[in-house]
Design a protein around this ligand. Structure first.
Ligand code: GLN
Ligand code: ZN
Length: 762
C-alpha cells in the first residue's frame, strides 16, 4: 500500500485564548520588555509546532508564524523597506518592523489590503523602480533550526513566492518587473540554499497569484523563476502551493520545474479536478491535495472526501505521490473547538477548527495509506455528526423554506420609479439642498462599553441599561439638533457590532466563545456562525429608532445591516447555496424594514459595507454573486411605499467593478467613503452618469484630525461639478463609533458649516 503523507500549509498565530495578541499589545504599550515579549512568542510558536506533531502531521510548516504579517516578513527578509523607515541597521530591528506595519511618530505606516478574497489583511510591500533587494536576516533558517534543535522536528519552511510577492507590491512600473525579479531570484536561492544545507527536505513556496489569470509574460516569468531556483538548489524539494481557487493555467503550472504542486480542492474543486482529468498529473511530482476546508468551520465529510482522494490516488497508484492538506493555511479559522462550552451540542459536534481540521487531514492520509477500515470509527462519526445537524430543527424551518420556495426569478421592484419617488420624497421631507447626515454610529465611549459589560455580566438590570442607552441617544439627538444636521440617527449605542447585534436577535445564528481569527496585526474578529435557517423573531431596532424619532421633528434614519454584509462577515453553512442564505437573511430583514415603516420611520438605511469584498476571484463567478446580492438587497427593501426613503452605505473606494450593481440596488440615497480618493470616485460616478441620491464622504473618520470647513467645502464643490445638486448629500465617510466626542462634534460643526456655504453658492 502507498504511503500518503499529511501536510499543513499554515497554522493560526493567535493562540487558543489570543495569547499572541495580548503579548503584542502589551509589548507595544511598553508593559512588557522586549525579552519577555520574545520569550512569550517563542513559547507560543514552539507549542504550535508541538501540537501539530502530537496530532500526527507529517509535514509541519515554519515561517507561517509571524509577529504581524507573513507578507511583511517576506518583504523585510529581502530588504524591501520603504525609504522612510530605512536606517543603517543591517538587520531590521523589531522597532522598524512594527513601524512599517503601524507607522510611528515620523512616518506613516505602509498600506494594508485584503489577502485575496479573505478577511485577512497584509501589509503591501513598497518597491520602486530603483529598489535594490538584499538579504537581511534569514529568519526561515532561524525558525527551521529552532524547531529542529528544540523539538527535533524537521519542518517544511514556507515562503511567499517571488511572483506573488512582486505582484502584490506597489510603487514600481510594470516594465521594471523583470529586473526586480532578476534581483530577487538569487536572494531566494540563497535563503533556500541555507535551508537545504541545514537539512531541510521540502520547502513550500506559496504562489496564490496563480489562481488569477496569467498572461504569457507572467507564465514566462514563472518558468524563468522556478528554473533559476531549481538549478540553484537541486537537492531541495519545492512544493509550489496555490489556494483559494482553481488555477487557470494548469497545463503550464504543473510543468514547472518543481517537485510538487498544491491545489485547492475545496474552493477550486471542479476546475482543478477537470484539469487533472483532462491533462493528467505529472508522474514525477507530488500532488498536495487541499481537501479539508481551510476557510470554513464545518467538519469534513470523511467518507465523501476519502472517495474523492481515492480517485486522485488511483491516477497516481504506482508512485503514491499524494499528500493530504487543508485547502489553504488555517490562518483563516479559529484554533480549536475544545474550549467551546456554550454551544448547542448538535452544532458543536459538527464544527472543526484548525486543530480538528489537522486531525481530519491526518485521518484521511491514514485512511488512504492503510485502507478505510483503519479509520472506520472516525468516518462513521463524521457522517453521524453532520447528519444530525442536517436533520435538526435548525436546518428544517418549514416556514422559511416555504418563503424561499415562493421567490420568483424576477428582481423585486419598488412600486414607483426613482423619478417619481424623488418627487414624492422631496414633498414629504422638505429637506434643504445638499442635506447633511451621518452614517449611523456615534462615539462608543468607555462609558458606553462599560455599561454594556455591566449589563452582560448581569450587574445592571435590563431597565437600567435601557435607560442608559436612551439617555445617550437623547444626548446625541440634542447634539445633532444643535449642530443643525438635517437627517438624524439614533447613534447605535446599543450595538456592539453591526453584524453580531443582528445575529443575536435572529434565529439561525450562534456565537462562539473563542472563535477568533486574525484580521490584521493584532486585531482579531469573532465572526458569528450562520448554522441554521435564518428567521426574524421580533423587532430588533424599532424601539431605539422610534424613541429617537419621538425626540425630534427632523427625520431619523432607521439603521440595519444588509444581507450580503451579514453573510460576508460570518462563517456560513455550506449545505445550501450562497443565494439561498442571502435570501433567508433578506426575508428576515424585510420584516424588520416593514416593522420600522409601520412605526413611522420614514428613512431606512441598510448598510452594505462588505458587498465589494465578497466579489469572487474568478471573472466567470462575479456576475452571479452580484446578481444574487442585488436580488437579496431588493428583496429586503423594495416593497416599501414610495415616500419611504431607502439609504445604503458602503465604505471603500473601488467602485469601478460594481457601479452597475450599486445602481441596481435602486436605493434612494447611497453614502460612500470618498475623502481619501475623491477625484477617482467622482469620475466613476460621472462616467456612469449616476442619477440617484448620493453622499460622497467629505470627512475622513479614520483619522483623529478635524477637517476644516474649507477642506470639506472643496470636496463638496468638486462633487457638484459633475453631479446634479438635487441628488447630492453631505456626510462623513463612515460611522463615528471609533472617534471621540471631542473630535466628532467640531468636525461635524465644520461639515454643517461647509454645507451652508456651498448651498449659498448654488
Ligand atoms: N451604520 C454603521 C455605523 O455607522 C456603518 C458601519 C460601516 O459601514 N462599517 O457604524
Ligand atoms: Zn462605512
Amino acid at each position: 500500500m502507498s504511503n500518503v503523507l499529511s501536510a499543513n500549509l499554515g497554522y493560526p498565530r493567535i493562540g487558543e485564548k489570543r495569547e499572541w495578541k495580548k503579548a503584542l499589545e502589551q509589548f507595544w504599550a511598553g508593559k512588557i520588555s522586549k525579552e519577555t515579549f520574545l520569550d512569550t512568542v517563542k513559547t507560543l510558536r514552539l507549542s504550535y509546532l508541538k501540537k501539530q506533531k502530537d496530532i500526527g502531521v507529517d509535514l509541519i510548516p515554519v515561517g507561517d508564524f509571524s509577529l504581524y504579517d507573513h507578507v511583511l516578513d517576506t518583504a523585510v527578509l529581502f530588504g524591501l523597506i520603504p525609504d522612510r523607515f530605512k536606517s543603517d541597521e543591517k538587520e531590521v530591528s523589531l522597532e522598524t518592523y512594527f513601524s512599517i506595519a503601524r507607522g510611528n511618530k515620523d512616518a506613516e505606516a505602509s498600506e494594508m489590503t485584503k489577502w485575496f478574497n479573505t478577511n485577512y489583511h497584509y501589509i503591501v510591500p513598497e518597491i520602486t523602480n530603483e529598489t535594490k533587494p538584499y538579504l537581511t536576516r534569514n529568519r526561515l533558517l532561524d525558525l527551521f533550526n529552532e524547531a529542529k534543535t528544540e523539538l527535533g522536528i524537521v519542518t517544511k519552511p514556507v515562503i511567499v513566492g517571488p511572483i506573488t510577492l512582486l505582484k502584490l507590491s506597489k510603487g514600481y512600473d510594470d516594465d521594471h518587473f523583470a529586473t526586480l525579479l532578476d534581483a530577487l531570484l538569487p536572494l531566494y536561492a540563497q535563503v533556500l540554499g541555507e535551508l537545504q544545507a541545514a537539512g531541510a527536505e521540502w520547502v513550500q513556496i506559496d504562489e496564490p497569484i496563480l489562481v488569477r489569470e496569467q498572461s504569457e509574460e507572467d507564465l514566462a516569468a514563472f518558468n524563468r523563476a522556478y528554473k533559476f531556483i531549481k538549478e540553484s538548489v537541486p537537492e531541495l524539494k519545492l512544493l509550489l502551493q496555490t489556494y483559494f481557487e482553481a488555477i487557470d493555467d494548469y497545463k503550464e503550472v504543473v510543468q514547472l520545474p518543481v517537485d510538487g504542486v498544491g491545489l485547492d480542492f475545496i474552493y477550486g474543486k471542479e476546475a482543478n479536478l477537470a484539469a487533472i482529468k483532462a491533462y493528467g498529473f505529472p508522474e514525477d511530482k507530488v500532488l498536495a491535495a487541499g481537501v479539508v476546508d481551510g476557510r470554513n468551520i464545518w467538519k469534513t465529510d470523511l467518507s465523501a472526501t476519502l472517495a474523492e482522494l481515492q480517485t486522485l490516488l488511483s491516477a497516481d497508484e504506482d508512485h503514491g505521490k499524494l499528500w493530504v492538506t487543508p485547502s489553504s493555511s488555517l490562518l483563516h479559522v479559529p484554533v480549536t473547538v475544545a474550549n467551546e462550552t456554550d454551544l448547542d451540542s448538535i452544532l458543536l459536534n459538527a464544527l472543526s477548527f484548525a486543530d480538528e481540521k489537522l486531525n481530519e487531514v491526518v485521518t484521511l492520509a491514514k485512511g488512504l495509506s492503510e485502507g478505510e477500515a483503519a479509520i472506520a470509527d472516525a468516518v462513521q462519526k463524521s457522517s453521524a455528526d453532520l447528519q444530525a445537524l442536517q436533520q435538526s430543527a435548525h436546518r428544517n424551518n418549514q416556514a422559511v423554506q416555504k418563503e424561499i420556495d415562493q421567490l420568483g426569478d424576477e428582481l423585486p421592484t419598488r412600486p414607483g420609479s426613482y423619478k417619481l419617488r424623488q418627487q414624492v420624497q422631496a414633498d414629504a421631507f422638505n429637506l434643504p439642498p445638499l442635506p447633511t447626515t451621518t452614517i449611523g454610529s456615534f462615539p462608543q465611549t468607555k462609558e458606553v462599553r462599560q455599561a454594556r459589560r455591566n449589563w452582560r455580566k448581569g450587574e445592571w438590570s435590563d431597565a437600567k441599561y435601557e435607560q442608559f442607552i436612551n439617555d445617550e441617544t437623547a444626548k446625541w439627538i440634542q447634539i445633532q439638533e444643535d449642530l443643525g444636521i438635517d437627517v438624524l440617527v439614533h447613534g447605535e449605542f446599543e450595538r456592539n457590532d453591526m453584524v453580531e447585534y443582528f445575529g443575536e436577535k435572529l434565529a439561525g445564528f450562534a456565537f462562539t466563545r473563542f472563535g477568533w481569527v486574525q484580521s490584521y496585526g493584532s486585531r482579531c474578529v469573532k465572526p458569528p456562525l450562520i448554522f441554521g435557517d435564518v428567521s426574524w423573531i421580533a423587532p430588533m431596532t424599532v424601539k431605539e429608532s422610534a424613541y429617537a424619532q419621538s425626540l425630534t421633528k427632523k427625520p431619523v434614519k432607521g439603521m440595519l445591516t444588509g444581507p450580503v454584509t451579514i453573510y460576508n462577515w460570518s462563517f456560513v453553512r455550506d449545505d445550501i447555496s450562497q443565494a439561498e442564505v442571502f435570501n433567508q437573511i433578506a426575508l428576515a430583514l424585510k420584516k424588520e424594514v416593514h416593522a420600522l415603516e409601520e412605526a413611522d420611520i420614514r428613512m431606512i438605511q441598510v448598510d452594505e459595507p462588505a458587498l465589494r469584498e465578497g466579489l469572487p476571484l474568478k471573472e466567470a463567478k462575479k456576475a452571479g454573486y452580484l446578481h444574487d446580492s442585488v436580488y437579496s438587497f431588493r428583496l429586503a427593501t423594495t416593497f416599501v411605499n414610495n415616500d419611504t426613503q431607502i439609504h445604503t452605505h458602503m465604505c471603500y473606494s473601488e467602485f469601478d467593478e460594481i457601479i452597475d450593481t450599486i445602481d441596481a440596488l435602486d436605493t434612494d440615497v447611497i453614502s460612500i467613503e470618498a475623502a481619501r480618493s475623491h477625484g477617482e470616485i467622482i469620475a466613476t460616478f460621472e462616467d456612469f452618469d449616476y442619477k440617484k441620491g448620493i453622499g460622497l464622504g467629505v470627512y475622513d473618520i479614520h483619522s483623529p484630525r478635524i477637517p476644516s470647513v474649507e477642506e470639506m467645502k472643496s470636496y463638496a464643490e468638486r462633487a457638484l461639478k459633475v453631479l446634479d445638486p438635487k441628488v447630492v448629500w453631505i456626510n462623513p465617510d463612515c460611522g463615528l463609533k471609533t472617534r471621540r466626542p471631542e473630535e466628532t462634534i467640531p468636525a461635524l460643526k465644520n461639515m454643517v458649516e461647509a454645507a451652508y456655504e456651498v448651498r449659498e453658492e448654488l
